[in-house]
Design a protein around this ligand. Structure first.
Ligand code: DQA
Length: 147
């Protein structure tokens, strides 16, 4: 069984009450359950985390690089600002996928660029919580290809 880490960045703990017209009504716990269900159907085990602290996210990315088979990251606002998260992602060798609930290209111009995108296998943006499902499926495909 492959083990993956799903890392969520700042303010994603507020999902459900945070700008529901953009991010929907689901809570982070709902997304956690959805990830567990999707992963189980692909024989994958998920370690699901959230932090509002950049350094903690860096540490988790480094740990995932040592201990996990793949990484999914919603860097949230830090994606647009953080060279440190990009560098952490560049330092690991496991496949990493960036996800966003909203379609960042449809929104304000400052959201169109993420540093983190330069350091990941691919980006999935705009499908709400289904972005996470698509990312798990993408990692599952990569694992099968590499088997
Ligand atoms: C987000 C998009 C970011 O621009 C924003 O700062 C977030 C959430 C998303 O999932 O759509 O916090 O990453």
């Amino acid at each position: 069984m492959h083990h993956i880490v799903v890392v969520n960045g700042p303010n994603l703990n507020m999902l459900g009450s945070r700008e529901p017209s953009i991010y929907g009504a689901e809570t982070l716990e709902d997304i956690h359950k959805l990830c567990d269900k999707t992963a189980t159907s692909h024989s994958i085990k998920v370690d699901f985390r959230q932090s509002n602290h950049e350094g903690e996210l860096v540490t988790w990315i480094q740990e995932a690089g040592r201990a996990a088979a793949g990484l999914i990251i919603n860097p949230a606002g830090f994606g647009h600002t953080s060279v440190a998260l990009m560098d952490a992602l560049l330092s690991i060798k496991i496949p990493a996928i960036e996800v966003h609930l909203s379609n960042i290209y449809k929104r304000e111009e400052f959201r169109h660029h993420t540093y983190t995108a330069r350091a990941v296998h691919g980006v999935i943006s705009g499908f709400g919580s289904h972005s996470y499902v698509l990312a798990i499926e993408a990692l599952s495909n990569i694992f099968k290809k590499n088997a």
